[in-house]
Write a protein that binds this ligand. Structure first.
Ligand SMILES: [Zn+2]
Length: 396
């Protein structure tokens, strides 16, 4: 009989054993027992947790010598008799995901000739990697068939066979190891070599729910959850959908279309607001232009702080003013750190970009542009100081 009790009986969660060796696992105490029901991380399935007496089993690994090492929160001495208890909830969760994977992989193989080339049992969701691309419809068909097998509550049995016996059996996948093989059989549906823990009847898997099927390296990665995790996901989606349908007042099935409509409306409104802001800015610019200072060379200088301005408004105002000949313009936001826009009319000899850089040099900020229009932000300066300096750099 194997010293791995889960090999023959995955439902066994309590056992008595003796500590036969102690070891150190990256600074944490570890023990080897003369027999254990704890599953060590292997074959895509994570380890069990639980207790040896009142000592916590934090992790279970297989060491290089093939021994099952229990990593503990406190040391135990060699020769100590212990009573071991596997965390039942975590074990059941892993058995549901792992048995569900066998059934789902078999369904994908039978219906679509999609072979499973990888399996990972994650903390949140599990994945199987398939060797071919798979359509949404093919995945849905396999999901439906897999659940039919679950609800038929078929027996799941364990047996050990020799290599020669295995060669004559219709295994879903070529075994990766040699010698005696542990086979898991879902009655009348799937026969696979596997060292993991599984439920004893398919009904205990509860439900197999696929979450996504994404193209990956020429094949498909299918995300799925089973049993208790499927219920957890249903609750998560239920609460998310309930929150959404309350705020948009549609039936759940109409939600995607409603969200698309809201997004389209928001985009239209943003466009409308932008065009209104620009038209308003052009009106305000007319009044601003009239208040500009007349310089000795006949050009006009307009240096102002504009309340509630965003980059689009500043640009629209400056462009409207500079569409007329003879202007030099510097506009700033009233909010700090300040936005800045420097511009000039086509007929005026001045470098807006250089003027803006001169302002950054004194007040910080960044940005850039062309000789006729430059824009930036991040300037820190009191209004009067900023306006005085802007007049200086624009008239140099
Ligand atoms: Zn398995």
């Amino acid at each position: 009989m194997s010293d791995r009790l889960y090999y023959e009986d995955s439902a066994r969660l309590e056992f008595d054993a003796t500590v036969v060796a102690v070891t150190d696992v990256e600074g944490r105490p570890g023990v080897v027992l003369d027999g254990s029901a704890f599953y060590p991380t292997s074959g895509g399935q994570p380890f069990d947790t639980g207790w040896l007496e009142d000592v916590r089993v934090l992790e279970v690994i297989e060491d290089d010598a093939g021994r099952v090492v229990h990593v503990l929160d406190k040391p135990l001495e060699v020769g100590r008799r212990i009573h071991g208890r596997v965390d039942a909830e975590r074990r059941l969760d892993h058995m549901q995901q792992h048995t569900g994977q066998h059934i789902l992989s078999a369904a994908l193989d039978r219906l679509s000739h999609a072979r499973t080339v990888g399996f990972h049992l994650g903390a949140d969701v599990s994945t199987v990697d398939l060797d071919v691309p798979l359509s949404h419809e093919a995945l849905a068909a396999a999901e439906a068939e897999a659940n039919r097998i679950v609800w038929e509550d078929r027996p799941v049995t364990i047996r050990t066979v020799s290599e020669a016996e295995a060669a004559a059996l219709p295994l879903r996948k070529e075994p990766e190891r040699t010698g005696a093989l542990r086979l898991i059989e879902v009655e009348g549906y799937d026969l696979s070599a596997c060292g993991g823990t599984h439920v004893t009847r398919t009904g205990s898997v509860g439900l197999i729910a696929t979450l996504s099927g994404e193209r990956l390296r020429g094949g498909t990665r299918v995300e799925f959850v089973c049993g208790g995790r499927a219920l957890r996901y249903l609750r998560l989606y239920r609460d998310a959908v309930a929150g959404c349908i309350r705020s948009v007042s549609v039936a759940p099935a109409d939600l995607p279309a409603a969200v698309a409509r809201l997004q389209a409306e928001a985009k239209e409104q943003a466009k409308l607001i932008r065009s209104l802001q620009e038209r308003l800015a052009a009106y305000e610019a007319t009044a601003l232009a009239a208040s500009a200072d007349l310089l000795s060379d006949g050009t006009r200088l307009l240096v102002r702080v504009v309340p509630a301005a965003d980059p689009g408004v500043l640009k629209a105002m400056a462009s409207a003013v500079c569409a007329q000949p003879g202007f030099r313009v510097a506009l700033f936001s009233s909010s700090t750190p300040r936005l800045a826009l420097v511009a000039r009319s086509k007929d005026v000899q001045a470098d807006a970009s250089a003027a803006l850089r001169a302002l950054f040099a004194k007040f910080g900020g960044k940005g850039g542009g062309r000789p006729d229009l430059a824009q930036g932000g991040g300037l820190e300066a009191p209004e009067e100081v900023l306006l005085t300096r802007a007049r200086e750099v624009l008239t140099q």
